[in-house]
Ligand binder design. Structure first.
Ligand code: PMP
Length: 381
């Protein structure tokens, strides 16, 4: 059977109008219509992030956005602190080390969030580091790190630049880089931004732009200053041919999110994740993330303590539901389902019902697992 429900944490199931808009006839990327489109996307991205200034859009996946931040800010002889609580935290440090810079590793148990005090201590212990690399939403475990609190706890003096992997956070949860004091954040189109894969996005603080003064970026296509120059021209443009169809789709997706309003949008995602967690617990699944506050509004990871988790994923696939599995040390042991889009109660019932069938739970579960989920879903709805 074909996939009917795509529950992987990117790409995600997209609103029909986003897909339709992406299929519109192309326009030239040096014509006024493209400049208008680009300017509107910039304005709406800045509304979403409550920020100002250029947001560089690259033809790249999330990895490209992380690489772009790394090659612009780091190089041979530099030291950075890399805080990781999962596969993507580890990936970010690997990318950064390709520049020749050297990482000081701070590792937190997979499934746990990073504590503000842990990062502050690492900064005090390692003076002279140019940057801190950290993941906002760790997709491999479904953990959100408290970036705002982490930055607030950093020493003011000689603070390293804070480079954030926001690939799986932006669009699905509060992420306000300027307000929180982030210096650079990279994200991608295919998760919270409800767009097909293919765009990497990077925002920088004023301090971070100033830090690039006089630098020559060793990558031409990821040179942030080159992109900024064309974006801030009278007619906003791209230095290289952009994937125009994806710009169409992103424009529509941002319009849909902002029409709902970011407050309601973020709150609904949290509520959906909470209702899903309650339903999963009622079914007898174990959530990987114990601490409720650290659970991601975008992706939930859980295991089945009484049987073969991979067999359940296989059955779900046969039912037309595609999920993601565990990664790294949790390979083969987790089911991860994403909830970045505008799904609600009906889809939640389909997912919980399919899990009930796939894990063969008849007669073994709390009869009111749906009622548990419903109670949370209707809260403040
Ligand atoms: N960082 C995080 C937190 C991610 O979730 C992902 C993708 N799952 C990446 C980086 C890499 O992004 P991409 O696969 O788009 O290159």
């Amino acid at each position: 059977m074909n996939t009917r429900y795509l529950l992987t944490p990117g790409p995600v199931e997209l609103p029909a109008e986003v897909l339709r808009t992406g299929a519109k006839p192309l326009i030239g990327h040096r014509c006024p219509a493209f400049s208008e489109l680009f300017a509107r996307i910039e304005k709406n991205l800045n509304s979403l992030l409550k920020s100002e200034g250029p947001i560089i859009i690259l033809p790249a996946s999330g990895t490209g956005a992380l690489e772009c931040m790394s090659v612009n800010f780091l190089g041979k002889g530099d030291k950075f602190i890399s805080v990781s609580c999962g596969i993507f935290g580890n990936r970010f440090r690997e990318i950064a080390e390709r520049t020749g810079a050297q990482g000081v590793y701070v590792d937190v148990e997979f499934g746990e969030a990073v504590k503000a005090t842990t990062v502050a201590e690492a900064v005090k212990k390692n003076p002279g580091c140019k940057a801190i690399l950290i993941t906002h939403n760790e997709t491999s475990t479904g953990v959100v790190n408290p970036i705002k609190d982490i930055i607030a706890a950093l020493p003011e003096e000689n603070r390293p630049l804070v480079l954030v992997d926001g690939v799986s956070s932006v669009g699905a949860m509060e992420c306000f880089p300027e307000e929180w004091g982030i210096d650079a954040i990279g994200t991608a189109s295919q998760k919270g931004l409800l767009t097909p894969p293919g765009l990497g996005l990077v925002w920088l603080s004023k301090r971070a732009w100033a830090a690039l003064d006089g630098n020559i970026c060793p990558s031409y296509s990821y040179d942030l200053k080159l992109h900024r120059k064309d974006l801030e021209a009278k007619a906003p443009a791209n230095p290289f041919t952009p994937p125009v169809s994806l710009y169409y789709a992103l424009d529509e997706a941002l319009k849909e999110i902002l029409e709902v309003g970011t407050g309601i949008w973020f709150e609904t995602h949290k509520r959906y994740a909470g209702a899903l967690a309650a339903g999963l617990k009622g079914l007898g699944f174990e959530l990987l993330v114990d601490e409720e506050e650290a659970r991601s509004p975008g992706v939930t990871a859980f295991r089945f303590p009484r049987g073969d988790t991979e067999a359940i994923r296989k059955k779900l696939r046969a039912m037309g539901i595609e999920t993601a599995g565990g990664q790294g040390k949790y390979k083969g042991q987790l089911i991860r389902v994403a909830h970045y889009n505008n799904w609600g109660w009906p889809e939640l019932c389909i997912i919980l019902g399919a899990l009930y069938g796939a894990a063969d739970l008849s007669g073994t579960v709390k009869a009111d697992f749906l009622a548990d989920a419903w109670k949370i879903w209707i809260r403040e709805a």
